[in-house]
Design a protein around this ligand. Structure first.
Ligand SMILES: Cc1cc2nc3c(=O)[nH]c(=O)nc-3n(C[C@H](O)[C@H](O)[C@H](O)COP(=O)(O)OP(=O)(O)OC[C@H]3O[C@@H](n4cnc5c(N)ncnc54)[C@H](O)[C@@H]3O)c2cc1C
Length: 376
């Protein structure tokens, strides 16, 4: 058995490929089986919504439940920066993140036309210039740009940095608007999202349950851990940026994502802690300092929001899909929720179709982790 962690090029294992399912099943039977297939997705964060949409688009009957009273409440996804930056991430993560994340940009533009395709820029203060070179050495798909080019790309940064890395093929989105758009797409397809319902996946009345509870799924996934992230949203009418700007720093690398209408999200801390409480003074100071260092006009910005949540992560910080009887656990998106949710959703849907096509639906049948993963 093979699966999610195949590389390069994310080849699908034959037995998970829904096209094979379609080939072996007579059309009438297939229609019947798909229309009778009831799948419940538990959790309406980015993992749950992306899975539900992918499942529905591929002909399955889906319902989504979430314990929050409304979209985003209690969801880590609500706090995300929304960078779709596979090659920037490549500098500090396993190669799978770029390989699985790069195709997500097309997935997003198809389903969320507000996705912004302006690339991203990586800068460093002169004293941290070696960090820029080290970052460049660990990734690809960028060009070195000088001060003149920086001024063309981001006029408000003119004269502030001598060199930068420009990743033209990257994108970003507003995560809250993106979540709302996915929920809207689901609603348009007739999928009910029931809020205020808390359920253990094993209790759900459905043929197959897709568990997308984020960190709350630790009761079933003991090796899942939390990595706290803090962020600040500011309003600064005096600064304009067209794309996310990352600022390298030996201790606290940070980014600023433009949200439009003078709003900017500044993120994010990475703390090995599952504490979901308010942003600490230290983190707020560091995040705001970084913005000020990027452009002094941020000194006059208004603080609109301080937020924190805990990212769900497996030990190697890569997502996993695991099967236990009729429950599929789709989790571990770590700091790549929006970047990797499309890949996770596609693999989840492949697995669901495969389960319907075979005799694996008996709750007694406990299968090995799905997919099986090469350990780092
Ligand atoms: C500050 C910060 C910045 C980030 N920036 C980025 C970024 O720029 N790009 C990026 O791609 N990722 C980013 N991330 C990471 C991203 O937010 C996470 O990877 C992602 O949100 C995880 O999504 P999820 O759907 O698995 O979990 P969640 O979003 O937490 O969703 C889980 C859902 O399950 C529901 N739930 C839990 N238990 C139950 C139950 N028993 N019954 C019913 N419902 C239940 C919860 O209410 C919740 O809505 C960032 C994270 C943080 C904190």
């Amino acid at each position: 058995m093979s699966g999610f962690r195949e590389e390069p090029g994310l080849r699908q294992p034959v037995w998970l490929n829904p096209l094979n399912l379609i080939r072996v099943m007579p059309a009438k039977e297939r229609e019947f089986r798909l229309s009778q297939s009831r799948v419940i997705v538990v959790g309406a964060g980015i993992a749950g919504l992306a899975c539900a949409l992918e499942l529905e688009e591929r002909g399955l009957q889906v319902e989504v439940i979430d314990r929050g009273r409304r979209l985003g409440e209690g969801s880590c996804s609500w706090m995300a920066g929304g960078m779709l930056a596979p090659w920037c991430e490549r500098a500090t993560t396993e190669p799978e993140v770029a390989a699985w994340g790069a195709p997500s940009i097309a997935w997003w533009t198809e389903r969320f036309p507000e996705t912004v395709l302006n690339g991203s820029l990586v800068v460093a203060q002169s004293r941290d210039a070696p960090d820029l070179a080290r970052f460049a050495a660990r990734t690809e798909r960028f060009e070195w740009v000088d001060g003149d080019r920086i001024a063309v790309l981001e006029p408000d940064l003119a004269g502030r940095f001598r060199r930068a890395l420009f990743f033209a093929d990257e994108a970003h989105l507003d995560p809250r608007r993106a979540l709302a758009a996915l929920a809207g797409n689901l609603e348009a397809l007739g999928v009910a999202i029931r809020f205020g319902v808390e359920l253990a996946p094993q209790e759900a009345q459905a043929d197959i349950v897709v568990d997308c509870r984020g960190l709350a799924a630790r009761d079933c996934l003991p090796d899942l851990r939390g990595v706290r992230g803090e962020m600040v949203v500011v309003r600064s009418p005096d600064v304009s940026l067209r794309r996310p700007v990352r600022m390298l720093h030996p201790r606290l690398p940070l980014y600023i994502v433009p949200r439009g209408n003078g709003l900017f999200m500044i993120g994010a801390t990475m703390i090995e802690s599952e504490h979901r409480g308010p942003v600490s003074v230290r983190s707020a100071v560091e995040l705001l300092n970084a913005a000020y260092a990027l452009h002094p006009a941020f000194g006059e910005a208004e603080i609109v929001e301080l937020g924190a949540d805990v990212r769900p992560a497996f030990p190697d910080n890569l997502p996993q899909l695991r099967q236990s009887g009729r429950v599929l656990h789709a989790n571990g998106l770590f700091r790549h929720g929006f970047l990797l949710a499309p890949a996770l959703a596609q693999r989840t849907t492949d697995a669901v179709l495969s389960m319907f096509s075979s005799a694996t639906l008996s709750p007694e049948s406990n299968h090995a982790d799905l997919p099986q993963r090469r350990r780092a």
